[in-house]
Design a protein around this ligand. Structure first.
Ligand SMILES: [Zn+2]
Length: 248
C-alpha cells in the first residue's frame, strides 16, 4: 500500500480547514489603508500555522534537498505580457520562500486543472500522482463561489502525511482578472502570500510579514514568516520507504 493513501483522510481535513480559513483569508487592497510600521518588540511572534489544531496541527514541508515542484494551469488564456508578469511574480515569490529556508522550488510545466466552484479547491486532471508539489491555477470569479470581490486568492495544503505531519501537496488559486489588472508588485505579493498558506502558514498579526492578511507589496519575508516556516519544517525522510506502510 502507498503512503499516498494515508494522505486521503488528511486531504479531507485539509479541505475542511480551508473552508474555515476562507472567511479569514480576505485580500483587501485599498488606496485609503495606510500601513502602520511594525512593532519591533513583536517581530517574529505574529505568525500562526495553517492547521491550528487537530491531528494535523503544525504540519509543514519536509526539509529535503529535492525541490518542491510547481505546476501552473494553461496560461495561454493570458496575453504574453500578463504571462510574463506571472512568470516574474512566481520567480520572485519562490525566491522569497527559499531565501531563509532549506526549501527550493522548480517549475515543472503546465498541467490542465479543474476548479471546484463550491469548495474553492483546484485539482490536476491529468491523473499523474505527484508528491512534493504545488499547483497554481487562475480562475474568474464567475467560475468560483469561493473567490469574491475581496478574496482574490486561495492557498492551502491539500495532502498531508499524518505519520510525520509532512505536507505533500498544496494548491493555490488566483482570481484571474485581479492578476491581469494588478501591478507586478501586487501580483508578486499575492502569490507569495498564498504560497505561504500552501507551505503551512496561517495569517500573521505582524504588518511586516508577507502572511499579514492585507499585503500589497512583498520584497522580502518578515521575521514572522521566517520564524513560522522554520518552526514548521519536518525532517526529511525516505519517501520511497514510507510507501511501504500497510494500511491499518
Ligand atoms: Zn491569507
Amino acid at each position: 500500500m502507498y503512503a499516498w493513501q494515508w494522505g486521503w483522510p488528511a486531504r479531507v481535513l485539509a479541505s475542511a480547514a480551508c473552508v474555515l480559513a476562507l472567511a479569514a483569508c480576505v485580500w483587501a487592497p485599498s488606496a485609503q489603508a495606510r500601513p502602520e510600521p511594525p512593532d519591533p518588540s513583536r517581530a517574529g511572534l505574529g505568525w500562526t500555522p495553517f492547521f491550528r489544531d487537530g491531528p494535523l496541527k503544525d504540519s509543514g514541508w519536509a526539509a529535503c534537498d529535492d525541490p518542491i515542484g510547481v505546476s501552473i494551469d494553461d496560461t495561454s488564456k493570458f496575453t504574453p505580457k500578463v504571462a510574463s508578469k506571472i512568470a516574474q511574480a512566481l520567480t520572485t515569490a519562490a525566491r522569497l520562500w527559499s531565501s531563509d529556508s532549506p526549501l527550493t522550488f522548480a517549475f515543472t510545466g503546465l498541467v490542465p486543472m479543474e476548479h471546484d466552484s463550491k469548495s474553492g479547491v483546484t485539482s490536476p486532471v491529468d491523473g499523474v500522482e505527484r508528491k512534493r508539489h504545488l499547483y497554481l491555477a487562475f480562475v474568474t470569479d464567475k467560475e468560483s463561489e469561493a473567490l469574491t470581490d475581496r478574496i482574490v486568492g486561495l492557498g492551502l495544503p491539500t495532502s498531508v502525511d499524518p505519520t510525520n505531519k509532512a505536507i505533500l501537496l498544496g494548491e493555490v488559486t488566483f482570481e484571474r482578472d485581479y492578476v491581469e489588472e494588478s501591478t507586478l508588485n501586487e501580483v508578486t505579493a499575492l502569490l507569495a502570500h498564498e504560497m505561504g498558506h500552501a507551505l503551512g502558514l496561517g495569517h500573521s498579526t505582524d504588518k511586516g510579514d508577507v502572511m499579514y492578511p492585507i499585503v500589497r507589496a512583498a520584497t522580502k519575508l518578515g521575521p514572522g514568516d521566517i520564524a513560522g516556516l522554520q518552526s514548521l519544517l519536518r525532517p526529511c525522510v525516505d519517501t520511497n520507504a514510507s510507501r511501504d506502510y500497510p494500511l491499518p
